[in-house]
Design a protein around this ligand. Structure first.
Ligand code: NDP
Length: 601
């Protein structure tokens, strides 16, 4: 056996051991749903609540969610001349995840040139390769203003009930603010990660100090602001942060800079690759920003990242790097006349090992204390968990005030009135920051607070009991005039979710324009078309061999915390030929004007 082969086996064995340490039978149930006595963790710290009269009117298009999905769909509708659009949003303003996530250091992890939607339409130049959160929030507000989406929007409003009124061909929408209005068309873009969760730890209610979730950052307590000002009220505080996911990786350096003492409680290390952020040069931007530039960049990234054989890599980041390495290996295999599925799988694995070894080596190079460096190493394939990219996170552990509490995969044991206990040791704290993430695998109706009732009086949850069924991930038979804006059963491109949303928004706007122009009140995907789409999805490779969501991975929200998924797991897939082919298909589908599979009545 060659030396590389021996190393590979050892690494695989370590991956298995590390996963097994973390597997637990309670899966998603280990987390607490934030409600009742925990409700204060959800309070909006950013915008005061304003009383208003309930709405009792009718709009052409109602959209649930004021994040990227709602904004791009709203903008595309307005471009199509449909201006009577009402966005309903539980936050106090637009921006969705970028409204809530104002923790220090928040920035996009996918290059801003492709991550921030409608850059060309708004004329905005991202100031950095990876824009910080305040810029993304301001950009969302700017989209809202440019497309007049504010006038009709309902903020601090949560939809509680949705019902199709078959007699009047419209949706009835009821909210927690007493609204009961109707809309001819309904869009939903609530995003996958909008409900914060807490670890279900004994004693969590007993803590006498201060605590908050990262998505409701309490700058009143910490001092500083989301634009990077030092959190000057933490200088004499002992702070603990629970969790080391993508959020913690971004805010730990800022806490480390500010806190008297910082304890980072880690259950599973993140893979932290280099970031190399830099300012965008306006001269360079002027040169590249020729008409159609953002579409070109989006497509180039998708081709690079998700297969499609692009000649150049415009974005050049950590996402495309892995694919680039993989393509080089494929070229070698091809040149050697050795292209077969087994060799290709092996090549994918080799690239992953190479990448992860380099990421692990970074820990030893950057972190001075070698025990800490070892404990910060991620032992799984890169796409098992959300990859992260940062140039200051690992460095934080060189600050004498910052201590990594490595829990051997067990996590925090319990909370006391004074602090946090790990392996029998109590860490006394003034403040606990929960970087414990968001609900993903929980029930749709629980996460969203509503469950649309369709044409036959069945709710979407009931309809999807045996598994999600749509055409394009957007249209559901039995739920007329309803559009879901999300990636699954469509492109399923998760490295740049806004690309999926932009394409859906454009498609929906063209369909609504078509219905109005042709005096059709109702549109609905036929049963046959929906079945055909599902059949097509299932004819693809599915999850087989894919890393994301694999049960071989260390547990996390990508793989349902390592638990078997419920019925219909095989339906969480995308277009068999990949995202780029899907976008091309969708463009042709909508541009033909036939909207095949949709019945207009
Ligand atoms: P995650 O779900 O990724 O992380 C939660 C963290 O809490 C994990 O490290 C988890 O450990 C840890 N945890 C849970 N219970 C315990 C416990 N009992 N003791 C110790 N640790 C515990 O949430 P994030 O908010 O970090 O990120 C969520 C997602 O949001 C990301 O995956 C990404 O998609 C998105 N995001 C995007 C950003 C961007 O684009 N810029 C920035 C930040 C987030 P374990 O891993 O063992 O479960």
């Amino acid at each position: 056996m060659s030396e590389t082969a021996i190393d590979k086996e050892a690494i695989k064995q370590r991956y298995r051991e590390e996963r097994d340490k973390r597997l637990r039978p309670d899966g998603n149930n280990q987390y607490i749903e934030i409600k009742n006595q925990f409700g204060h963790y959800l309070t909006d710290p950013y915008t005061p609540f304003v009383e208003r009269e309930p709405k009792r009117d009718h709009v052409t298009f109602a959209f649930i969610g004021g994040g990227f999905a709602g904004l791009v769909t709203g903008a595309r509708l307005v471009e199509q001349g449909i201006t009577d659009v009402r966005i309903i949003e539980k936050g106090g303003d637009f921006a969705g995840t970028w409204y809530w996530n104002r923790y220090p250091g928040a920035m996009c992890d996918t290059a801003a040139m492709i991550y921030m939607p409608l850059l060309e339409e708004t004329g905005h130049m991202p100031t950095e390769k990876y824009a910080h959160a305040p810029e993304i929030l301001a950009h969302c507000q700017n989209i809202g203003r440019q497309y007049n989406l504010y006038d009709n929007a309902l903020f601090h409003t949560e939809v509680e009930d949705l019902e199709w009124d078959a007699d009047n061909h419209r949706w009835i929408i009821r909210t927690n603010r007493g609204d009961e209005f109707t809309a001819q068309f309904l869009g939903m873009g609530t995003g996958p990660l909008h409900v914060p969760k807490l670890p279900g730890l004994d004693g969590i209610e007993d803590f006498k100090g201060h605590s908050f979730h990262t998505s409701r950052w309490d700058y009143d307590y910490t001092g500083g602001d989301d634009k990077g000002a030092l959190m000057d009220k933490l200088g004499d505080k002992r702070v603990g942060i629970i969790g080391t996911g993508a959020t913690a990786v971004q805010c730990v350096p800022h806490l480390s800079e500010a806190c008297g003492e910082l304890f980072v409680f880690q259950r599973t290390p993140s893979s932290v690759d280099e970031r190399n952020n830099h300012e965008i040069d306006p001269e360079w931007f002027k040169e590249i920003a020729t008409p159609g530039w953002q579409k070109r960049w989006l497509e180039n990234f998708t081709q690079n990242q998700a297969g499609g054989g692009a000649d150049e890599d415009l974005v050049q980041d950590g996402w495309t790097d892995l694919s680039r390495m993989y393509r080089d290996k494929m070229r070698d295999l091809f040149a050697a006349g050795d292209m077969n599925p087994k060799k290709m799988m092996e090549a994918m694995e080799d690239v992953d090992f190479e990448k992860m070894e380099a990421i692990r080596a970074r820990c030893n190079t950057i972190v001075e204390d070698q025990d800490t460096a070892e404990n910060l190493k991620a032992w799984y394939r890169q796409l098992c968990k959300r990859p992260t990219f940062h140039d200051e996170f690992l460095q934080s552990f060189n600050n004498p005030n910052t201590t990594l509490i490595h829990t051997e995969g067990k996590g925090v044991e319990r909370i006391t009135e004074n602090g946090v206990v790990v392996d029998g040791t109590e860490y006394e704290l003034d403040c606990i920051v929960y970087a414990s993430g968001f609900e993903v695998g929980t029930d749709f109706a629980r996460r969203c607070g509503f469950d649309p009732k369709g044409r036959d009086g069945k709710t979407l949850s009931e309809h999807w009991g045996p598994g999600m069924r749509t055409m394009h991930g957007t249209h559901v038979h039995g739920f007329p005039n309803m559009f879901i804006v999300q990636p699954t059963q469509g492109a399923a491109l998760i490295s740049n979710v806004p690309h999926n949303l932009t394409e859906s928004g454009q498609t929906i706007a063209m369909m609504v324009r078509h219905a109005i122009d042709n005096r059709k009140q109702v549109m609905e995907v036929t049963q046959e078309a929906e079945d055909k789409w599902i059949e097509l999805l299932l004819s693809g490779p599915g999850r087989q061999g894919g890393v994301i969501g694999s049960p071989d991975c260390t547990p996390g929200y990508y793989n349902n915390e390592g638990q078997a998924r419920g019925p219909g797991a095989e339906l969480f897939v995308g277009y068999p030929q990949g995202p780029m082919a899907y976008f091309k298909y969708l463009e042709e589908w909508r541009s033909s004007g036939d909207f095949e599979g949709i019945e207009f009545r």
